[in-house]
Design a protein. Structure first.
Length: 402
C-alpha cells in the first residue's frame, strides 16, 4: 500500500473541527441552488471572464462553465454534485436540470445535518456578530465565535448602539467600554473572538484619552483621522484585555484588503499588505492567537513569528491561500518550521452545509497528498505523518477551542 493510500485512508477517517464558517443556526441548508452554484469563490471566477459588472447570475454561470472547469473550486463543486446529488458532470446543457435537483434540497435542515455528518464535522464554530441574539443550537456540535471587528478595529457609533441595546442600556450610559465588552463575552460565551485585520492601530495606551474619544463618539461627534484610529486602538485593547481575562483565544484573519473599487462583487477584495503584529503578540503574551492568512506570500513571515511567539498558532488556508498547490507549499513550510501542535489544517469559511462538504473533501485530499510526499521524500515516517494528520484536522483545534 502506498503512503498516499494509507494516509488518505486515515485522513478520511479523522473527524473535523471547523473553526471558522458563516453557517446560520436554523438555516444550515441552502435557500436556493444559487447558494451552492454561485458560492463567492465560483462567482468571482465567473466575473473574471467579463460580461458583467454586477454579481454574476446563473445564466452567466452557464456561459462560463466550460472555461472554469480547470479550477480547484470547480473540482470541489464537482465533488459536491457527485457525492451529494449523484450528478456526474455540470455543463450548460444540463444546468437547468441540476438547478431543479439542488432546489429540491433547499431549506431541508435534516439533510443539511446529514451533509455535515457525511463531511465528518464533529465540532463547528458559528460566527456571531456583537449585539445579535444568541440562537439555540445543538451544543454537542456547535459553539460560537464572536466576530468583533465592528466593536474594535472598525468601531462606529452604530455598532456601539447595537451592542448597548443588546444589554438593555442606553448609549449615554456607556462609560466603560471594557465592562461592556466583558458583558458581551459573558452573554455569548464564545469559544473564540474573531477579528479581520486589514489595518491595525494599537493607539497610545489605555489612558483617559481613549475614554474622552469614546465620550465624543457617544455624543454624536464625527471622529476622523488620528482621533478615529486612536479610539479604535483603544477599543481593540479593551477587547483584548477582556479576552485575556476570560481566557478566550483570538482568531486574526489577515492578508486581505477590502473594499477594493472594481474588484469582483460581493467580495471587492484583493491580497492585503503585511501588518506589523509582533508588538501586539509581545504585549499580549498570555493571550492565545490563531492566525488565518489569505496571502501566501506572507506565510513564511507568519511562520517565523509563530516560531518566536509561543502564543501564536497558524490555522488553515484562508480565501486566496485555499488552492491545492498553495496549501501544499504553505503546509510543508509550516511543518518544516513549527512544532506540529501549532498548526491547524482546516476551516471551511462556508455559508451553507454543501460547501462545508466541498471544502472538507478538498482539505482531506491536499492534506493526504502533502503528507505522503513528505513521507516519500524521507522527511516524515508514515507513523509520524498519520499522527500529524490527526493533529492538523482535529486535535490541535480541539485543544485550543475545547
Amino acid at each position: 500500500m502506498s503512503s498516499y493510500t494509507r494516509l488518505k485512508e486515515h485522513v478520511d477517517s479523522v473527524q473535523l473541527y471547523d473553526v471558522h464558517n458563516h453557517l446560520t443556526p436554523g438555516r444550515l441548508a441552502h435557500a436556493s441552488a444559487k447558494d451552492v452554484l454561485l458560492y463567492h469563490y465560483i462567482s468571482t471566477e465567473v466575473r473574471s471572464l467579463g460580461g458583467t459588472r454586477e454579481e454574476p447570475t446563473l445564466e452567466d454561470l452557464g456561459r462560463s462553465l466550460k472555461y472554469i472547469r480547470n479550477t480547484s473550486t470547480s473540482w470541489a463543486l464537482a465533488r459536491i454534485l457527485r457525492d451529494l446529488y449523484g450528478v456526474s458532470s455540470l455543463n450548460e446543457g444540463n444546468l437547468k436540470d441540476v438547478l431543479r435537483l439542488i432546489d429540491q434540497a433547499a431549506l431541508d435542515e435534516n439533510r443539511a445535518r446529514e451533509v455535515l455528518s457525511k463531511a465528518r464535522v464533529r465540532r463547528s464554530l458559528l460566527t456571531l456578530s456583537p449585539g445579535t441574539q444568541v440562537p439555540q443550537v445543538d451544543q454537542d456540535l456547535f459553539s460560537f465565535a464572536l466576530r468583533a471587528d465592528a466593536v474594535s478595529v472598525d468601531l462606529s457609533r452604530e455598532s456601539l448602539v447595537k451592542l448597548a441595546d443588546a444589554h438593555k442600556i442606553s448609549l449615554e450610559d456607556v462609560v466603560e467600554l471594557g465592562e461592556l465588552m466583558r458583558r458581551e463575552l459573558g452573554r455569548v460565551s464564545p469559544k473564540a473572538v474573531t477579528l479581520g485585520l486589514s489595518h491595525l492601530s494599537l493607539g497610545k495606551g489605555r489612558g483617559s484619552r481613549g475614554g474622552q474619544l469614546l465620550r465624543l463618539l457617544v455624543e454624536g461627534r464625527e471622529l476622523r483621522g488620528e482621533d478615529l484610529r486612536e479610539l479604535r486602538g483603544f477599543a481593540l485593547r479593551e477587547l483584548l484585555d477582556s479576552c485575556l481575562e476570560s481566557k478566550i483565544p483570538v482568531q486574526l484573519m489577515v492578508g486581505v484588503e477590502r473594499p477594493v473599487p472594481g474588484a469582483s462583487p460581493p467580495d471587492y477584495a484583493t491580497i492585503g499588505r503585511e501588518l506589523d503584529l509582533t508588538s501586539l503578540f509581545s504585549e499580549y503574551m498570555d493571550l492565545r492567537f490563531d492566525l488565518m492568512n489569505a496571502n501566501p506570500e506572507l506565510d513564511h513571515k507568519l511562520a517565523v513569528i509563530s516560531k518566536n511567539f509561543p502564543n501564536v498558532n497558524l490555522d488553515g488556508y484562508w480565501w486566496y491561500s485555499n488552492y491545492p498547490s498553495t496549501v501544499e507549499r504553505v503546509l510543508k513550510t509550516r511543518l518544516e518550521m513549527l512544532p506540529y501542535v501549532k498548526v491547524g489544517g482546516f476551516f471551511s469559511d462556508a455559508y451553507v452545509a454543501d460547501w462545508v462538504y466541498g471544502k472538507a473533501v478538498t482539505a482531506r485530499e491536499v492534506t493526504a497528498r502533502t503528507l505522503s510526499r513528505m513521507v516519500d521524500d524521507g522527511w516524515l515516517s508514515l507513523d509520524l505523518a498519520i499522527e500529524v494528520a490527526s493533529a492538523l484536522l482535529w486535535e490541535n483545534q480541539s485543544r485550543m477551542y475545547g
